[in-house]
Design a protein around this ligand. Structure first.
Ligand code: CTP
Length: 423
């Protein structure tokens, strides 16, 4: 079990349990995929993938039963997730082969051997297995020379149809390349560029494409991936004017600096995407929204990018001169767009306006309300919303600070209005 020694204790225990159960059931079970690659690279990770030659779901059910876990099957692919009481998890798959009836569509899968399962995978470094059954425990199965490629720091596809079969691999190749500081091997890069020129990316569904973009933006170091995808013309394959631009690197760095301080770290990827899309014109953004079909919140954030740009121009033109003016201009804009500009806008003044709005002013409300206005003797009517709105803007601009001042200001606003109506 020497290969597995570097793994955390709980992982070793789980693998030991899985191996023992497989022995009892007379099934072969292997550690596969990213975790094997990461074991050899001494990288720690939490996602553990097992492969069973035979019925993976049945195996998962037994394993869950014996360890008071909970099993969720995904029958279409013969996979299952087992969640244990200590909150650790194992993903278990049935060894399978894949047959792509049409490039870039989801494959037809059928149970198969270990070798067939490894041969359907994306890159040699992800196509290794470690046996968990007792007699051969720790034995490495590496039919595609993944370890050699790990040593040479190389990303290599297993066959020339790889990117056409599954264009998500165009993103995966660059993620692994840049994350691990590897390089695509010559032939792989050649096939990669051919796949881009053949527009295989167009065949990806919106959901799969957006998921790849999300995974790119969820990597620890996003900028090198953005840059390399640009060099390989991947962004341009999604939309002709999309790509890196002057200033993007510093935007990405700003998001890098802020990302650990945000309340919703799971949404940080959206900020990187907004940075990438920020120079696009409204038509391009509409087309991209159609292509990526983001959820409503992200769609609004994307569509508000040019709206905020127009507001930034109004700041430059001195048409917006105080936080109250800014509040009125942005209050219907997506908060994600404002957060993005707070962190990454290239203009200092815009960043400052956005920041104070995002962290303070959007939460401010007047201390007084309709009841207080009644109390002050102001007759009920549409006037109330005008008064409260004016008070809010005055409060944002620091012209009223206490409830007393708000009450006085309310009476003044009312009297002014009455006089104007009387004139
Ligand atoms: N895989 C593949 N082709 C894909 C996606 C996945 O061949 N398009 C295979 C690879 O063997 C991969 C494994 O399925 O290692 C697990 O996929 P995933 O969890 O997405 O990848 P990881 O390699 O674990 O990547 P990460 O480190 O980013 O989690």
């Amino acid at each position: 079990m020497e290969t597995l020694n570097a793994l955390p204790g709980w992982v070793k225990d789980r693998l030991h349990d899985a191996g023992k159960l497989a022995d009892q059931l007379d099934l072969a079970v292997y550690l596969v995929g990213g975790i094997v690659r990461d074991v050899f690279l001494d990288h720690v990770r939490m996602d553990i993938d097992l492969m069973v030659v035979g019925d993976g779901i049945r195996f998962a059910k037994r394993l869950a039963h014996e360890h008071q876990g909970c099993m969720t099957p995904h029958s279409r692919f013969g996979t299952a997730t087992v969640a244990f009481p200590d909150r650790t998890r194992l993903d278990i798959a049935t060894a399978r082969s894949e047959h792509y009836e049409m490039p870039a569509t989801l494959p037809r899968v059928s149970p198969d051997t270990l070798e067939a399962d490894l041969a359907r995978r994306d890159f040699s470094i992800n196509a290794m297995a470690i046996c968990l059954n007792t007699p051969q425990r720790g034995m490495i199965i590496d039919p595609h020379n993944g370890r050699r490629d790990l040593e040479n720091r190389t990303i290599r596809i297993l066959h020339d149809r790889s990117f056409a079969d599954d264009p998500t691999r165009l993103f995966r190749a660059v993620r692994f390349e840049q994350r691990l500081q590897f390089r695509m091997e010559h032939r792989t890069e050649q096939v990669y560029r051919e796949a881009i020129n053949a527009h295989w990316i167009d065949r990806l569904s919106a959901r799969r494409l957006l998921e790849q973009v999300r995974q790119v933006c969820d990597e620890i170091d996003v900028w090198p991936i953005f840059k390399r995808l640009d060099e390989l013309r991947v962004w341009q394959a999604i939309s002709p004017t999309l790509g890196v631009f002057e200033g993007l690197e510093s935007m990405v760095q700003s998001i890098d600096r802020y990302k650990n301080m945000l309340d919703t770290p799971q949404d940080v990827w959206r900020l990187y995407l907004l940075a990438l899309l920020s120079p696009c014109d409204p038509d391009t953004l509409n087309t991209l929204s159609e292509r990526l079909k983001p959820d409503r919140q992200l769609k609004e954030a994307i569509q508000d990018l040019p709206v905020l740009k127009a507001i930034a121009q109004r700041i430059k033109n001195k048409d917006i001169e105080n936080p109250g003016d800014f509040y009125k201009a942005v209050r219907t804009i997506s908060e994600d767009t404002i957060l993005f500009s707070t962190i990454a806008d290239q203009e200092d003044t815009v960043r400052q306006y956005c920041s104070i709005y995002y962290y303070e002013h959007r939460h401010i409300r007047p201390a007084i309300n309709g009841l207080v206005l009644q109390d002050l003797g102001i007759p009920e009517g549409p006037m109330y919303s005008h008064i409260l709105e004016t008070i809010l803007i005055k409060k944002i601009n620091g012209e009223v600070n206490t409830e007393q001042e708000e009450r006085r200001a309310a009476l003044e606003i009312w009297k002014d209005r009455e006089q104007q109506v009387g004139k």
